[in-house]
Design a protein around this ligand. Structure first.
Ligand SMILES: [Zn+2]
Length: 58
């Protein structure tokens, strides 16, 4: 089952959306985007919790 995530869903003013077939693959895409677009070398626990809550079945 595919999963999707949109930055906008955690309150970022950003049009990034990611879609993947597993949580691990999706988290890898999100981590890569967070690093490149938001300058987050690591996603902190609070942000991670928001990200997880915002992941939807797609
Ligand atoms: Zn973003």
């Amino acid at each position: 089952m595919a999963k999707s995530f949109a930055c906008r869903d955690i309150g970022m003013s950003c049009n990034f959306r990611a879609r993947a077939n597993s949580d691990n693959e999706l988290m890898a895409k999100i981590a890569d985007h967070a690093k490149k677009a938001h300058g987050m070398q690591q996603i902190d626990d609070a942000t991670m919790a928001k990200v997880k809550a915002a992941i939807k079945e797609a």
